[in-house]
Design a protein around this ligand. Structure first.
Ligand SMILES: NC(=O)c1ccc[n+]([C@@H]2O[C@H](COP(=O)([O-])OP(=O)(O)OC[C@H]3O[C@@H](n4cnc5c(N)ncnc54)[C@H](O)[C@@H]3O)[C@@H](O)[C@H]2O)c1
Length: 327
């Protein structure tokens, strides 16, 4: 029994690979290394260098590695880029998934986990986002994740696959500095970058209907996210009948942008760089915090790490790639 982890050389994928391998699950990786890095993987984990768009490669890989389950993380993930390049995002994220699922069905693979995102919810106007809210993505990236979920569930039903769609909230932190996210696409690295250049972190809007006026998000430590994948993978392979599980993966705790800026100032050793407030950005919902009830009920799983551990470990990873940040 082998789990093939697509996108396993990426930020989240490399954590999932380690969590599953350390728990004794046989794993292999398929990654085109477009943003992934070989060195993130333990030496003993086989890497197939190629794309989910390459059907022939998928067929050979499934046969040669005797794959029995797939954890599909490979995707393009930048919201802004998806607005500029929707065709590329639909091709990589939806067409890539279609090719992969065709190969999965042809090979008789029975278990399939899909990396979805809280981006499927768009601008939810609720205290806690539950999985039954209708999808209303605000950009092509979120659309590809929602379309991906539909496809995964439909194929699961039609071909008797056990499937899971995991809706990640804001992923942060690292189990070790070398595995940290190197992109600067979300609030934590964006604030680190400002601080590294001696500039105050920016807050986009402080007139939202939240206690301190800044937007609120749910951050999940990547180590917790990886442990959730292991729990879901084991559930899928143990369940006697095929079925789908669509769950939020977050902490259920909201952290405001101002709270995050203060914490980042403290942990980076630059509390004097107090944040500057700029106008709101278009399309930023005031509050997106996930309900964690369903995953707790279904799997008995909950996150263990708080936001401080996320920022501390993310800062260590940032400093590895930006030694000048320590000043
Ligand atoms: N980082 C987050 O906060 C977040 C939040 C919600 C969902 N997600 C989803 O989690 C998954 C992993 O994200 P990440 O943050 O680790 O990003 P990442 O860019 O670090 O990892 C993506 C990996 O997939 C590989 N890849 C991309 N397209 C491929 C293709 N067509 N074929 C084979 N490999 C391909 C890349 O080389 C990379 O290793 C993505 O599906 C992303 O949409 C991420």
């Amino acid at each position: 029994m082998t789990w093939l982890i697509t996108g396993g050389a990426g930020y989240i994928g490399s954590h999932v690979v380690r969590a599953m391998a350390e728990a004794g699950e046989p794993v292999a990786v398929l990654d085109d290394l477009s943003s992934g890095v070989r060195d993130r993987l333990p030496a003993e984990v086989p890497l197939v260098h190629g794309s989910t768009l390459d059907r022939e490669l998928l067929d050979t890989t499934f046969a040669e590695l005797e794959v029995t389950g797939v954890v599909h993380l490979a995707a393009k993930k930048q919201v802004g880029e998806s607005v500029e390049q929707p065709l590329r995002y639909y091709r990589e994220n939806v067409h890539g998934l279609t090719e992969l699922l065709e190969a999965v069905v042809a090979a008789g693979i029975r278990n399939f986990l899909f990396s979805s995102s809280a981006a499927v919810y768009g601008m939810p106007d609720v205290e806690l986002v539950t999985e039954d809210l209708p999808g209303a993505p605000m950009n092509p990236y979120g659309e590809t994740k929602l379309a991906g979920e539909w496809l995964v569930r439909a194929v699961g039903q039609a071909h008797a696959l056990s499937t899971a769609c995991l809706r990640y909230f804001n992923v942060a932190g690292a189990t070790r500095p070398e595995l940290a996210d190197t992109g600067v696409f979300n609030i934590i690295p964006m604030m680190f970058e400002r601080i590294t250049h001696g500039e105050a972190p920016r807050i986009f809007g402080d007139d939202y209907a939240t206690p301190d006026g800044t937007c609120i998000r749910d951050y999940i430590h990547v180590e917790d996210l990886a442990s959730a994948h292991l729990a879901v993978a084991r559930r899928l392979s143990a369940q006697p009948e095929p079925g789908d599980l669509t769950v939020n993966i977050g902490t259920g705790q909201g952290v405001s942008v101002r709270e995050m800026a203060d914490l980042i100032g403290e942990i980076s050793g630059h509390p004097e760089l107090s944040p500057v407030v700029e106008p709101r950005r278009a399309g930023d919902p005031a509050r997106v915090v996930g309900s964690t009830e369903l995953i707790a009920k279904e799997l008995g799983w909950s996150a263990r790490h708080g936001v401080r551990a996320m920022v501390e470990s993310a800062w260590e990873g940032w400093c590895l790639h930006h030694p000048e940040a320590r000043g």
